[in-house]
Design a protein around this ligand. Sequence first.
Ligand SMILES: Nc1ncnc2c1ncn2[C@@H]1O[C@H](COP(=O)(O)OP(=O)(O)OP(=O)(O)O)[C@@H](O)[C@H]1O
Length: 358
Amino acid sequence: MNKQLHVCFQTPLEHFTLDVDIKIPASGVTVLFGPSGCGKTTLLRCIAGLHKAEHAQLRINDDVWQEAGYYLPAHRRKVGYVFQEPSLFPHLNVTKNLLFGQRRTQQEGLLSLDEISQLLGISHLLQRMPDKLSGGEKQRVAIGRALLSNPEILLMDEPLSALDYSTKAEIIPYLEQLHERLSIPIVYVTHALSEVKSMADHIVLLEKGKVSAQGPLKEMLLDLSAPLARFSNAGSLIDAVVSHYDEDYDLTEFSVDGGTVTVPGSIGAIGTRKRIHLSASHISLTRTPANDTTIVNILPVTILEIDQASTAQCNVRLQLGQHSQILARITRRSKDQLALTIGDQLFAQVKGVSLVKL
Ligand SMILES: Nc1ncnc2c1ncn2[C@@H]1O[C@H](COP(=O)(O)OP(=O)(O)OP(=O)(O)O)[C@@H](O)[C@H]1O
């Protein structure tokens, strides 16, 4: 069985042609990332069959949805679609809104209404009418409705962009849980890098209708020639396992490839797995390990690559442990003053650590 999605569309838009030919993994979250107007929504609409591209090839695993001379109409495509604005039926309560998607397909959902309600934290809202829900609750119901339609693919078009900062923060953990539980692929459109870091397994960067880069997120973040490493909030992701909790100081210690990372608070039981994001501009480099610093996270690293990200700054790709790599952003002057070169063994002082998902 061919477990991937082949997404190939060419269609002229107002100022450029959308011209995409990509293979997407059949599970996990693929983020379409790019500036406003680059064609992200149009690409989702092509997949859903709502925009008919002139040239197209769309295969979902072994099923052909579209190719020369064949076009599976939108209503027969098993797609769950979540829009920026949660568009619930105002005259139906939450349960009826949720079931609307299920009735449309007359099939058993991948997950039951109960399971989906629990997963999205809306079990207590089932009898409510939409006008009595907050923006975040409405969007969670809209996501639930999309899932109950028994989709083979979930398309999410900037599902958080209409929500304020704190509502976004409230909803992200639910999306992360979904990501863990769902076996179907999710194509997620955003131009917020924070959502990319917490959600994406795979990333496709779009610019004026063309794919400028794509690949597994972890690798793409470390590719110094790819656009992500040039962003002001560039960083890297490493896998971590809770190894110790210091009750006196309320600090959780994680074991990572090549060392330990300590973060404030009680994060989880010993053995809990997390993904840690290390912000490149919050990492400084020293030749000797400082013993008079307040920074708690100091990791031995080796320089693999140095790239001038701007006239003032350089990105440094570093080997951590056997199999991990991280990114540091330093000034070009520091690089020259320390005469840093490839192969140098250094110590990375890590100030900014954020936990992103299980
Ligand atoms: N049916 C259409 N025919 C011609 N041009 C279109 C059509 N739909 C969208 N466009 C244009 O194509 C470009 C891409 O639009 P699209 O909505 O796909 O971008 P986007 O990356 O999703 O943007 P945003 O992040 O702002 O939502 C825009 O310039 C838009 O005006």
